[in-house]
Design a protein around this ligand. Structure first.
Ligand SMILES: [Zn+2]
Length: 200
């Protein structure tokens, strides 16, 4: 129905998560209508995020303009306690609770054999390497409260407990099947405070 640049824009927008063909069309026509400066701001932001943002080489959080993220570069953070999350967005959720002073490790997902996600697809080896340094005493596994998140928490605890690390997980109270990033800070803060050691 559409050709040329408009078709290309609709196609690209349609590849984005949560954007169906109708929304892609609606957004494309919106961009067509806005002032050129606004469209440039959008395209500049997309290019900038690709050029200037990387993943932290230690914890795989988002890092801006350096090898390490802001949390890994912060000397005030407690290096003996590590919060393991699935996604950098979960770090934002935990930080909002203002209850965690340690550092993070982003796995990059959760175990999901049906979708071909095994330990090799996650930053598990990198996590083990960090534990090997001997500084970390406790690991809190803050994976999502769903099947994959639970399986991942269990897997991590089986790996780490024999290494002499206390592995705990969030207390129940979070909506089951939900996403950590949508949890309100009060509920998540309580779950963090009431964390329980995983019996591996
Ligand atoms: Zn980092």
């Amino acid at each position: 129905m559409f050709t040329g640049p408009l078709r290309a824009l609709i196609d690209e927008l349609g590849r984005l998560p949560g954007i169906g063909p109708k929304s892609a069309q609606r957004i494309a026509f919106h961009i067509l209508k806005v002032p050129t400066e606004d469209a440039h701001r959008l395209s500049d932001a997309i290019v900038a995020v690709k050029e200037r943002t990387t993943l932290c080489e230690r914890c795989f959080n988002v890092a801006e303009g350096g090898a390490l993220c802001a949390i890994c570069s912060d000397d005030q953070r407690d290096g003996t306690i590590l919060c393991v999350v699935e996604d950098p967005r979960d770090i934002v959720a935990v930080e909002r609770t203002a209850q965690f002073v340690g550092r993070y490790h982003v796995l990059g997902g959760a175990l999901n054999p049906l979708e071909g996600v095994g330990p090799e697809q996650l930053k598990v080896r990198e996590l083990l390497a960090r534990i090997d340094d001997g500084q970390v005493k406790e690991v809190i596994v803050c994976t999502n409260p769903n099947l994959e998140g639970e399986a991942t928490a269990m897997y991590v605890s089986r790996l780490l407990t024999p290494l002499g690390v206390v592995v705990s997980k969030l207390a129940s109270g979070l909506p089951v099947g939900g996403d950590l990033e949508y949890a309100d800070e009060l509920t998540l803060g309580r779950a963090l405070e009431g964390r329980r050691t995983i019996e591996a």
